[in-house]
Write a protein that binds this ligand. Sequence first.
Ligand SMILES: NC(=O)c1ccc[n+]([C@@H]2O[C@H](COP(=O)([O-])OP(=O)(O)OC[C@H]3O[C@@H](n4cnc5c(N)ncnc54)[C@H](OP(=O)(O)O)[C@@H]3O)[C@@H](O)[C@H]2O)c1
Length: 169
Amino acid sequence: MKMAMIVAMDEDGFIGRGNELPWKLSSDMARFKELTEADGFNSVIMGRRTWDSLPDSYRPLPERVNIVMSRDTNWEAEGAETALYIGRAIELAYAEGSDECWVIGGSQVYEMFLDRVDEIHVTTVHTSGSGEVRFPEWDRDEWLEEVVERVGSDEKNEYDSTYSIWTRR
Ligand SMILES: NC(=O)c1ccc[n+]([C@@H]2O[C@H](COP(=O)([O-])OP(=O)(O)OC[C@H]3O[C@@H](n4cnc5c(N)ncnc54)[C@H](OP(=O)(O)O)[C@@H]3O)[C@@H](O)[C@H]2O)c1
C-alpha cells in the first residue's frame, strides 16, 4: 500500500486560516479529488479538525475510506472510521484493502505522518501570509522535487500555483 501526503501551502508554508483553506483554487480541488479518489480503492487519513472543516456535502469524502484521527475515544461520525494512534490508522487503511493511503491534513496530522510517507504532493500557492496554520518543518534537502504542472490564476483560481511531487532521496 502506497503512503502519500497531499497539501496546498503558500510560499511561507501556511495551509489554513481558522479552520478553513485560505484560498479558492478549483484546479487544486479537482486534482485532489482525482489523485485521492483514483479508482475508488483508496483511504484518506485526516485530523478531527479537518473533518470538521469539510462542508456537509463532502463529508465523508466519497469513494474513499475516511479515517479520522482523534484522541477522544467517544468521537464518532457517520462515514468515518476513528483512529486513536498512527498504527491504527494505517492498519485500518490496510485492512480495507486500500491501494493507496493519502494523508490529507491538517497540520497536526501532517506532522504525525511525515516520516511514514513515500511521497508528498505539494501545491505551492504563489502568495504569502495566508493564515496561521502551517505545514510542519521538513527538511527539503532530504527530498527530491519534480515539478509537474503550473497553473495560472483565473476566475476559478485565486492565485498562480505550482504542483510538485517530492520523493525521498
Ligand atoms: N492546505 C491544505 O492542504 C490543508 C489540508 C487539510 C487541512 N488544512 C487546514 O488545516 C487546519 C486544521 O489543521 P490542525 O492542525 O488544526 O488540525 P488537524 O490536524 O486537522 O486535526 C487535529 C486533531 O487531530 C487529532 N489528533 C492530533 N494528534 C493526535 C494524536 N497523536 N493521536 C490521535 N489524534 C490526534 C485531535 O483530535 P481531537 O481534538 O478530537 O482529539 C486534534 O484536535 C485547518 O485550517 C484546515 O483548513 C489545510
